[in-house]
Design a protein around this ligand. Sequence first.
Ligand code: ZN
Length: 420
Amino acid sequence: MHPWTGPTVSVIPGTGEVPLIRDDITGRLQPSVVGERADLYVCGITPYDSTHLGHAFTYLAFDLLVRAWRDLGVTVRYAQGLTDVDDPLLERARATGKDWWRLATSQAALYKSDMAALRVIPPDSYRGVVESVPQIVGAVERMIDAGQAYRVPVPDAGASSLGDVYADLGADPGFGSLTGLSPEAQDRLFAERGGDPDRPGKRQRLDPLLWRAARPDEPSWDGRTLGRGRPGWHIECAVIAAGELDQPIDVLGGGTDLIFPHHEMSVSHSRALTGLDQPVRLTMHTGMVHLDGQKMSKSVGNLVFVSDLLSRGVNPAALRLALISHHYRDDWEWRGREVAWAEARLARWREAIGSVKPQGHSGEAIAKIRAALAADLDTVSAIAAVDEWVSAAPLARDRSPYAAADLRRAVDALLGIKLY
Ligand code: ZN
């Protein structure tokens, strides 16, 4: 699936530092890449209610990581999935009387145009669940053969139904190691976030669905020995990541609401499919954007959309700057006035960088931006470094247009903000 057309990215002198990321589990800063190649998987959207500011905040964080890796000079391989068939999408289509596939494709198209407007570098591999069904079927078949998955009869489905397929978490001694949650917390979050702990016939309450046998009025695909049906949620990311990236992948990412069960389950499936104890080196999760005191979410319905803001004339560079003015791991409240502040900051940056006198350099400011981003993508300090240079600009006699050009290129390459 074609993602979107990416922005041109400026080249700046020198190279950046290895970005350190604070690992969710250990709480320690860890190198985000250890070799010449960096592999990143980020969970994509379920295409309805796209693209709200919570989505944008998440994908901008990983865009900053990709930019820092490129600046370091490593080869980046970035894969992103698209959950283009899933229960919430089908429910929304049903509730609004829309065809589910039209809803998915139109919302995916909107997401892509929003990402392009925000100058987000597209993933190298962008794969939908629907186009990945044959690979997912193969993976589930292998898990059944290996004794890592089992069938559960579907009530009232008749003798011809082969049943649903669930992963047997009892076969994975590593399950739970990603998040370290208590069994009580696991059970609660599983029930809250799409799981079915009380489904009769399962071996363990937390066992996740791998393949849902076809039901009336639901889309389904040929599942070969599984029978017709559609994939479960967590297996899709494990299969797409395994197919597109070197294992172990360096960073697995998404919003904090994906840590459990989605990423714990996905990594469990990846262990089953790859035979590796640790198929993921690091996880990176982004904070939640709130509105009126509550997390911005589809279920609550308190959403602010990128496309609405842009259609009201908001400058996409100002929106991008407003969003990355918050550290990626922080939860924060959207108040709306951030855009005006970002517009004012952009105006100051443009004016100062265009008005400086000959001779001098901006190397120190660029080094500060690089150092800030290498320290767990500290955009707050990176932006402060640009502010510092800009506020000194009218006073300095030793600043050249060349220095300004270098800084302009650095702001573009590292922060994704184009000042010209
Ligand atoms: Zn995922």
